[in-house]
Design a protein around this ligand. Structure first.
Ligand SMILES: CCC1=C(C)/C(=C/C2=NC(=C\c3[nH]c(/C=C4\NC(=O)[C@H](C)[C@H]4CC)c(C)c3CCC(=O)O)/C(CCC(=O)O)=C2C)NC1=O
Length: 169
């Protein structure tokens, strides 16, 4: 599992190069946004349960078929599994934000996930809607915490969306 710094170093070490202008710019941008990324993780950490609950309610309001008989989140067990999955996405998004790298998502979350979902009939479209709802809630809360530019928050949520759906967001 890598972060922005270790990925960069690995990349340069592989070819025996010193860190050049591009590398230093990338590092500078990583460190410049560091405080904001840690603050975002702190917002997520402090509100995770509420964020998941609120996102779940919104998702089931938007797509009520999910929790009706025949829906994939119907029955208490599957409803709970769905919210648990949302919690996984949120927690790993917070790791990826701090790492400044999507590597942790590839390694821990996305590997084999589409296949698992397809074999269990978990619908990917609505899952992606849930991930995007969480993104919006997190961005609102990060903005409320006083961070002006919240665009960096998009990255892990959009990455999971793209990788799951293999479609552009
Ligand atoms: C940390 C990485 C990680 C992920 C991401 C993960 C996902 C994951 N979600 C699963 C199931 C599931 N996932 C859902 C999710 C949903 N159903 C819907 O209709 C909604 C759209 C959606 C919620 C947003 C449901 C309902 C199940 C249970 C399906 C079943 O057993 O029939 C399963 C099958 C095994 C199980 O039930 O635990 C896995 C592996 N597990 C992991 O370890």
């Amino acid at each position: 599992m890598r972060d922005a710094v270790t990925s960069l170093i690995k990349n340069y070490d592989n070819t025996g190069r010193y860190l050049d202008r591009n590398a230093l710019d990338a590092l500078k941008s990583y460190f410049d946004t560091g405080v904001a990324r840690v603050q975002a993780a702190s917002v997520i950490n402090g509100n995770a349960a509420a964020i998941v609950k609120q996102a779940g309610s919104r998702l089931f309001e938007d797509i009520p078929e999910l929790i009706r008989p025949g829906g994939n989140a119907y029955t208490t067990r599957r409803y709970a599994a769905c919210l648990r999955d949302m919690d996984y996405y949120l927690r790993y998004a917070s790791y990826a934000l701090v790492a400044g790298s999507m590597d942790v998502l590839d390694e821990r979350v996305l590997q084999g996930l589409r296949e698992t979902y397809n074999s269990l009939g978990v619908p990917i479209g609505p899952t992606v809607v849930g991930i995007q709802i969480m993104k919006e809630i997190v961005k609102e809360q990060v903005a409320e915490a006083g961070i002006e530019d919240t665009s960096f928050v998009d990255q892990p949520f959009d990455y999971m969306t793209r990788e799951l759906s293999e479609q552009d967001v």
